[in-house]
Design a protein around this ligand. Sequence first.
Ligand SMILES: *[C@@H]1O[C@H](CO)[C@@H](O)[C@H](O)[C@H]1NC(C)=O
Ligand SMILES: *[C@@H]1O[C@H](CO)[C@@H](O)[C@H](O)[C@H]1NC(C)=O
Ligand SMILES: *[C@@H]1O[C@H](CO)[C@@H](O)[C@H](O)[C@H]1NC(C)=O
Ligand SMILES: *[C@@H]1O[C@H](CO)[C@@H](O)[C@H](O)[C@H]1NC(C)=O
Ligand SMILES: CC(=O)N[C@H]1CO[C@H](CO)[C@@H](O)[C@@H]1O
Length: 802
Amino acid sequence: MANPPIFLFLTIFIATLLCCCSSFEEEKRTTFIVQVNHNLKPSLFPTHTHWYQSTLSSLLSTTTTNGTTSKHALNNNNPVLHTYDTVFHGFSTRLSPSEAKKLQTLPHVTALIPEQVRHVHTTRSPHFLGLQTAAKTGLLRDTDFGSDLVIGVIDTGIWPERQSFNDRDLGPVPAKWKGRCVAGKDFPATSCNRKLIGARFFSAGYEATNGKMNETSEYRSPRDSDGHGTHTASIAAGRYVSPASTLGYAAGVAAGMAPKARLAVYKVCWTGGCYDSDILAAFDAAVSDGVDVASLSVGGVVVPYHLDVIAIGAYGAASAGVFVSASAGNGGPGGLTVTNVAPWVTTVGAGTIDRDFPAHVKLGNGRVIAGASLYGGPGLVPGRMYPVVYAGSELSGGGSTGGGDGYSASLCLEGSLDPKLVKGKIVVCDRGISSRAAKGDVVKKSGGIGMILANGIFDGEGLVADCHVLPATAVGAIGGDEIRRYIATAAKSNHTSPPTATIMFKGTRLGVRPAPVVASFSARGPNPVSTEILKPDVIAPGLNILAAWPDRVGPSGVPSDKRKTEFNILSGTSMACPHVSGLAALLKAAHPDWSPAAIRSALMTTAYVVDNRGHAMLDESTGNVSSVFDYGAGHVHPEKAIDPGLVYDISDSDYVNFLCNSNYTTDTIQVITRKKADCSGAKKAGHAGNLNYPSMSAVFQQYGKKKMSTHFIRSVTNVGEANSVYKVTIKPPVGMKVTVEPQTLSFRRVGQKLNFLVRVQARAVKLSPGGSSIKSGSIVWSDGKHTVTSPLVVTMQQPLDY
Ligand SMILES: *[C@@H]1O[C@H](CO)[C@@H](O)[C@H](O)[C@H]1NC(C)=O
Ligand SMILES: *[C@@H]1O[C@H](CO)[C@@H](O)[C@H](O)[C@H]1NC(C)=O
Ligand SMILES: *[C@@H]1O[C@H](CO)[C@@H](O)[C@H](O)[C@H]1NC(C)=O
Ligand SMILES: *[C@@H]1O[C@H](CO)[C@@H](O)[C@H](O)[C@H]1NC(C)=O
Ligand SMILES: CC(=O)N[C@H]1CO[C@H](CO)[C@@H](O)[C@@H]1O
């Protein structure tokens, strides 16, 4: 069937015969990543790129029957954006739906993946992320650990002049390194050194969708015009810098997790986001350049693995021995929000550290409400109370520059506040999802003297401290309600004593208890793609993290903010992920023979789930005890991860069996693994839960059954000492029976593998249709010296239709 709109477009195009691209055509085409059986390349093409371009040209001539002009048009408009040949075989290009259909019928084309746009995982505004000082781990001491390891950071680029990236006392670039320092706008090749050993940028996918980038507002080079990539790179591998602080906050020594590891940056995130075709090109380059670890603080919508370019790129990397850590996302505290969930990726959520930045609100009625802020300018006059107004009730509409509706006023969006009502006052704004620091900018421009950013019910009690441009602080939902109520009643009941408030900035507080606490925004399980795989895997510091920052961007991230800071404090799972990337580099330096799965296993089985009071770790959003769906195996514990005793290793064929047992077809598996899969053995081996993962997750559907049971087969490798005997301790989920066979594992030698079987039996529980009950426990192996802990989570579900 002909597709009328496309035909119409082609007609217009041919009629006008303009050489520049028609905007009609641009609207029709979207970017696809095309997988090709690269062995079928006819020898007459000198390179795969020639072959791919020719494939596209011939596609055009069969798509239209109307002459050479359209062929010309296609060559102009369907360029090959990127050619992939390391973690993936194929190319990316822009196609209309009918062109895509045509392309799919070609014998050498094995898959077409529609492009997704991703975004960085900071909790936006000022983006957050961080790096912390040496206190957290002895591994941070400037040993030679990590000095021959290369961490690839796929992000917004880098500001190479930062002290965090100096190469003092570093040895020569590792001999295995094959990467390059690609020069570009304000980024000469001399920007690289023995610390920053590689830098590339990928923008073809971004520009194919958005048109040519604005080179005034962003750099066509690896230089970072955003700050996020500079921040994440220095968290993973920043050098020791002292003194370091942001506007005087968090003063001390700044250092990344692996201060001597080398950095290679792959810039894929631009003003308009991070495009899949560019991300895959970055994975391709990073693996062929020779990185040891790939760090990706970026995510998008969760889709099956064969349609997920991050999952595909990460698989190619992992099977080449590259450890891939990715941020879990900031969609918390709701369930099913975790992203980057493929079992070959280490998925990292965010926790707090024992440092905060209190800035409390004092109300006219004497009440004090806890808040947090990184405001660094002149404060409010001590002891003085200021009039306070809530932006949501009285301030909308009206005024000269006002005219906003009540909703955008409550959020203090641009143009929504009436300066007449705001002038000289502290303004209470609802947090919402828009940039927090930008609200402060709006209040300031409207003449406000301060801001209280109040959480709503969806934000819970999680506080993020920001480098505001005026005296401002953030308060939780409960405190926020109290302030809004106080203003409403005081304003109504008594005109002679209007509502007043002030903000008391307390600087940096250390030794905060409890910590860690799961950050409110940290994305949570269960895993939306594979219920058998518990995600996130671990949490790491991700709230109010200090790390390097470009000169180009003020610490608030607001365009009008002209302050320059060597460091900035950001929050997000974006900041948690590079902590794990740096730790993985240290572990690989200590154990060069460990696979990515073994490194992850070491991080997971040694993670902890108690805070610095010795109590169960809490959830910042509720103040209640957190669960395995919030933190996975727990908070990383680097000192223990270096010597885990046992590891749960995973090979490529284990992943293939997992995909087979997850009902992926041999065709969809091939998109991920680039090989024909044989699923005949896998089906016999049982179910997807048998992937040799360091955590165990079972889901029981209660179709009227009284009792349900399942099992997990696991294999552990001895990486401790010869002749060690491990005994199991079972902590069954409440109300369930769990057995482990055998209960003792006796290893004679290092490297030896032994299997065990875990059986889980559960009784049906009372649930309403669609309801579920989640219980967790653990399986712990110990030889007296090492403790190897695996979380075990069981979900009972009452089907909707039962
Ligand atoms: C490019 O960016 C600059 C700085 O942000 C801006 O002033 C200018 O209008 C932009 N140009 C275009 C064509 O958008
Ligand atoms: C209003 O405030 C004045 C002074 O604080 C106080 O004397 C008076 O009782 C208040 N009136 C009401 C209705 O609260
Ligand atoms: C927190 O725990 C309390 C007490 O167990 C419970 O009543 C409340 O519902 C919990 N809050 C949330 C948001 O889960
Ligand atoms: C795969 O399909 C089988 C048969 O339909 C089903 O029993 C099983 O639960 C599926 N497994 C997964 C992981 O979806
Ligand atoms: C097959 C086809 O669509 N051919 C068209 C090419 O253009 C001429 C003139 O516009 C049409 O008459 C043909 O039908």
